[in-house]
Design a protein. Structure first.
Length: 234
């Protein structure tokens, strides 16, 4: 039964955002609040990307941030996390070796990061080329449909002479999970059609809320999915 427990318990006094960090700071916080357990470090040591790439591969911040982590149905709060959107992996801190360490992907159900970013793991999505390890942000949740966002990074070679040979580029896609299928959304018309919504009613509602697909895909698609889930209950 040891494989079903990932012993992470942080005290509530830990701050939610780390602006200035050191290995000693993370080690002290970890040792003070977490019983050391072998499964914590079972994912292997993490190797930073080459310094010849400009930028960083992580989501929003290159520093550890305290979030929650769900492993085998159990949720642990105030866990130091980094989400690498280039490799689609979740990283924590090893308290003894003072080093970043990977968390085994197949153990993770989901995790949250500051500013209410909630990520879930989807096992399979063969029709989508950027599926990676399967971590998606759950933007809008409902009984009938969910709106997902996939954050990912690529690299691009730099033409000008500098200390960097390439640069990280941040990208994202929106997807609608409807029944057993997941659709990569490329237009508002496609999304309306997938959900079977009335186009005139949607256009009227979007206008009332000052929503525009081109200017803010996130808010517009959230409105569509929320409208669909609400109509499904009526």
């Amino acid at each position: 039964m040891k494989s079903y427990f990932f012993l992470l318990a942080f005290c509530a006094c830990l701050v939610s955002n780390l602006k200035a960090q050191s290995s000693q700071e993370l080690e002290d916080a970890y040792k003070a609040n977490i019983p050391l357990h072998q499964e914590i470090v079972s994912g292997g040591y993490y190797v930073d990307p080459p310094q010849t790439i400009e930028g960083y591969p992580y989501f929003k911040s290159k520093n550890f941030e305290y979030g929650s982590l769900t492993i085998n149905g159990l949720t642990y709060e105030n866990v130091p996390l980094l989400y690498n959107t280039f490799t689609d992996e979740v990283i924590t801190f090893h308290p003894v070796h003072k080093q970043k360490t990977l968390i085994k992907t197949d153990k993770i159900d989901g995790f949250t990061l500051p500013d209410k970013f909630k990520f879930i793991r989807i096992w399979d999505n063969p029709e989508y080329s950027h599926h990676g390890k399967g971590f998606y942000e759950l933007v809008e949740e409902g009984n009938k449909a969910n709106l997902l966002c996939k954050f990912f990074k690529t690299t691009k070679a730099k033409r000008e002479m500098s200390q960097y040979s390439s640069i990280f580029l941040e990208k994202s896609d929106f997807l609608i999970q409807h029944g057993e299928k997941i659709y990569h959304i490329k237009s508002k018309g496609q999304a309306i059609s997938i959900l079977g919504l009335n186009k005139k009613e949607i256009n009227r509602g979007a206008k009332e809320k000052s929503l525009n697909y081109r200017n803010d895909r996130r808010s517009y698609l959230s409105f569509l999915v929320a409208s669909y889930n609400q109509s499904a209950h009526e």
